[in-house]
Design a binder for this molecule. Structure first.
Ligand code: SF4
Length: 365
């Protein structure tokens, strides 16, 4: 049976919800009351909205949901990383990750079910793209994580670095950012929101014109086209120099610093020459480079480089005047690399299905 999408309040902006309230014979200010229940008071059902009439709550519940997703499981690692597997209306699952670094509490969220980009170090691309997430499905990931935090802890940052390429789901992502940033929404500062992209050039240009000052992180992972195409196949359509030029344009319009992400894969993009070429490529660009050792994924044969190699790579970049942030692999023991938990769930399901199909049927027994 085809599952139909659930209409949830988390898909709506204040203006849209005001129009809905008026169309249901209620004053427009009911919309702000409802949003305050969801974004401030952590309500997850209309029943909790005690300043709305029972009749209005009943009529809302007949047609709409507050949330259209639910948390399937939460897994925690020794370093405090928590991975949320989120169940969608069509039985798909996505991942969101809660990361703690001092006072900084970040949620990393997904934007698509699967991904078409097929980066060769990422579990998300292995199952291909199923569909884009709705605005509500994006917003709810942040709400599930925030609602899980004790009330004295504040979610400080949002990064669009989970499953999917955010700029391939442009409209829903931008609408979700406006809701998460709005004073009537979650009120997360726009400068604390980061979009990570493999370098969708049209999307970067469009984003620069939105009047939003979100941070942009570009997944570079190589310093020449041959190596980058091996790691990020979509590079064949863009080319590394065009991606960097689009990032520079973004900086010119928004004045937001650019981050370049670089996953170190032993023997593939880790030589001194790679570091020097990268330094030349980024010379004069106001940016910082995030260096991260690759998270091994069973399906790919990549290896994590040694500490000495990572040191050499970072030191070479720094000697050329670049700002380098060395990131640690977080949450390895719960498959925290992008898409790994979802992939593991998919494999488990296949395993169960195979076992079930191997069991003798009652009439053969
Ligand atoms: S790294 Fe990002 S863009 Fe690349 S396949 Fe994974 S989810 Fe998609």
């Amino acid at each position: 049976m085809q599952k139909t999408e659930i209409l949830s309040i988390t898909n709506m902006t204040l203006t849209e919800l005001e129009a809905l309230c008026v169309s249901m014979g209620e004053p427009a200010y009911r919309a702000e009351q409802m949003l305050s229940w969801i974004y401030e008071k952590r309500a997850t059902s209309f029943d909790q909205m005690s300043n709305l009439s029972k009749d209005f709550r009943r009529r809302c519940a007949e047609k709409y949901h507050v949330f259209q997703t639910r948390v399937d499981s939460i897994t925690e690692t020794a370093d405090g990383t928590e991975k949320f597997l989120i169940h969608l209306f069509d039985e798909n699952v996505i991942e969101s990750v809660l990361l703690r670094e001092g006072k900084r509490i970040t949620v990393c969220i997904s934007t698509q079910v699967g991904c078409a980009m097929g980066c060769r170090f990422c579990a998300s691309g292995l199952l291909g793209l199923q569909r884009n997430l709705t605005t509500g499905e994006i917003v709810e990931q942040v709400l599930h994580v925030r609602n899980h935090l004790p009330t004295d802890e504040r979610l400080t940052n949002i990064v669009f670095m989970g499953i999917g390429e955010p700029l391939m789901n442009y409209d829903n992502v931008v609408k979700a950012i406006r809701i998460l940033n709005a004073a009537w929404g979650l009120g997360i500062g726009i400068r604390n929101i980061t979009i990570s992209t493999v370098g969708i050039i049209d999307g970067i240009r469009r984003l620069a014109q939105e009047g939003l000052q979100v941070n942009l992180a570009i997944s570079l992972h190589a310093s020449d086209d041959v190596t980058r195409t091996k790691i990020v196949p979509s590079n064949t359509k863009t080319g590394i120099r065009n991606v960097i030029a689009a990032a520079q344009e973004y900086f010119k319009v928004t004045h937001r610093d650019i981050s370049f992400e670089y996953v170190l894969i032993d023997g593939v993009n880790t030589s001194k020459r790679d570091a020097e070429t990268l330094a030349l490529l980024l010379k004069g660009i106001q940016c910082n480079i995030n260096i991260l050792p690759v998270n091994p994924v069973e399906e790919f044969n990549w290896k994590t480089p040694s500490e000495e190699t990572i040191d050499m790579f970072c030191n070479t970049l720094e000697r050329h005047g670049l700002i380098v942030t060395r990131r640690k692999k977080k949450g390895d023991d719960i498959h925290a690399a992008c898409g790994q938990l979802r992939l593991q769930r998919h494999k488990n399901n296949l395993h169960q299905e195979n076992n079930a199909s191997r069991e003798p049927s009652p009439d053969r027994a």
